[in-house]
Design a binder for this molecule. Sequence first.
Ligand SMILES: [Zn+2]
Length: 275
Amino acid sequence: MPGIEWRAYEAGHCTHPECATRQGAPFASIRYPAHAFALRHPQQGWIVFDTGYSEHFMDATRHLPERLYRAVTPVHLAAGESLCAQLGRDGVAAGDIGRVVISHLHGDHVGGLHDFPGAALSCSRAAWEDMRARSRLGSLKHGLLPRLLPDDFLDRVHWIEDAPRRQLPPALADFGTGHDLLGDGSLLAIALPGHAAGHYGLLFDDPHGTSTFLVADAAWSSQAIREGVPPPALVTAWLGDTQAYRDTLQRLHQLNKAAPAIRLLPSHCSEWRAR
Ligand SMILES: [Zn+2]
């Protein structure tokens, strides 16, 4: 199975009270980076996992009612900080990205999709159907901004649920099976239910054989995984399913204890620096 090189990018950040993401944490607002990941497969080339914020996100939330998104979680994006701009500075053109894997459809994860018009998309059908069933305000209330999906989304999407199932390494037996996104076992999408409809993480090995599990928003921080402490039920019930969220977090907590060599990376953790 080929090893995958990867880099993390901080594509903007938001601020909100820490206590909203971990029970018992201080009320003070802290910074939550929006990490996006660029993966390079030795044969299949560049793949992006989530996009973070971009100018398209700022445009989509400029006016009411979508402006409320930024009122609840103030968003900061410096000039040139979008994933696309940062990749460009690293010599990777938008057209080099062959695929974007979407963990879930929250605006801070799909904010830059419009920057990669040539890429195939891997997304959960359940996530799409959940968004499609909501009104404009209903979407907004759940952190969804349908405008961020390209018009040709359905022409480009490969549903994660349709990718062949593959057995996970023994340490991850509690997570069921993975979906083999590229057909060679190198990139497995793993359901991490609870945070939002159709929420998936991504497991792969780097060229040195280290397993990396991008867990998206199954936890807001590495500390939450280490301690097994979830956000308040009010927050998880608002966004998704509290019981499922807590069950997923407990499995990550146990995995981290049993197999500390597997690197677990939540999208908004500020503990590890991008790149
Ligand atoms: Zn989210």
